[in-house]
Design a protein around this ligand. Sequence first.
Ligand code: ATP
Ligand code: MG
Length: 449
Amino acid sequence: MMLCCRLKLQHIRPTLLVSRIYQPTSLRDVGQESRQGEMTCKSQRLMQQAGLIHPSNPGCYYYLPATVRSMEKLVRVIDQEMHGIGGQKLDMPSLCSADLWKTSERWDLMGKELLRLKDRHGVDYCLGPTHEEAVTTLVAHQAHLSYKQLPLLLYQITRKFRDEPKPRFGLLRGREFYMKDMYSFDVSEEAAYQTYESVCQAYTRLFARLGLRCVQVQADTGNIGGKLSHEFQLPADIGEDRLLVCGDCSFSANVETMSSDRTDCPQCKTGTLVESRGIEVGHTFYLGKKYSQVFNATFSNAQNKPSVAEMGCYGLGVTRILAAAIEVMSTEEGIRWPGLLAPYQVCVLPPKKGSKMDEVAVLADNLVHTLGEALPGLRGEVVLDDRTQMTIGKRLKDASRLGYPYVIVVGQGALEETPRFEVICQQTGETMFLGQDGLLDLLGRVETV
Ligand code: ATP
Ligand code: MG
């Protein structure tokens, strides 16, 4: 009986069929302005056309299934990097009490950007745009926090709410978006700087793993407060930030932090500063005691005396990273993903129905299963474009717009004595003809998360 069930389960492992994936593609051009009158950009246009996102109200989007797959992958990569530096994941309420925000004085400082609401008792709340207050009060409530437990790095990946004056560019600037926010608690300023440095290194590793060129620039500390701050910027023409980058050394800064007509590098003195635009995908702040003092977040030090913790906070725009990656990697016609984040890695194309190659269709189906069996890393990553009423050419065009890293055309060559498949690597634009072994070898090297 047991054996029978198991066999049955294996038998019904479903093939992922393109016709069944909820990805409502719309070929209609989105144009310069969206329906809501917001500015659009390449990534927004491509994402809407590819059925990745759908607009609801200004600055708010449906994240459709392929986007959720991609985001879940991004979250896994972020989790790996945060765990790597000792981060612990938690989840804080989005509904934040006004009292906390009044304590830090940000209830007034934040102005209209804070989305405010009242509960049935008339008590004021806001929808969390960031969580310094919430996390600091949490840590302050811990009665016996010892210096031996520090550094403490707490982070979450949750929806944030900001009533942006100009939501635009799709997921790049929303009013509701996902952010990874981490908060650190340290025994001393020196230790806090070390933690700050290790978070910056983790961010650099993260962007390298995604294959994104990212520059770390000196930044303004804004209304978050604190003494030291860096932004992680992806150079892109539509970026809203202006950066000054030295041609000779590693110096780079947000224009906000210095006079914008300065052209000589303050670090190496010899290099020339060149202005470029960037999309801010991450931001780190050394906060000192700004919040820990107000909320009384203390630990007991080596002398068993209460001491106020030194803090840092570190944001990553999760949904913004997705859109920004698409913005900088894609062509005007088609999405190109960081390999790790593609919703599906492989798309298999059987021939058009009735094209005297119906037996080939069976081979395509077999190939999908073979790949799944032989390459555990690709389980759930291979889709079969079963829309065989369409020509191969039309489906190839769709595959190019959606940006599967690997497209395999199963055609005449599959019927040869040693079957051969046409493989298109969309990241590089290369086309190859490979036998099954070559294919397994190539796809076996695909990194998934
Ligand atoms: P910006 O200057 O772009 O408005 P910020 O400096 O206000 O951003 P932070 O408070 O530093 O943003 O938030 C941390 C990260 O969250 C940012 O680096 C960015 O990647 C992301 N982020 C901020 N605002 C938005 C938004 N409206 N939509 C999407 N992501 C956002
Ligand atoms: Mg910022």
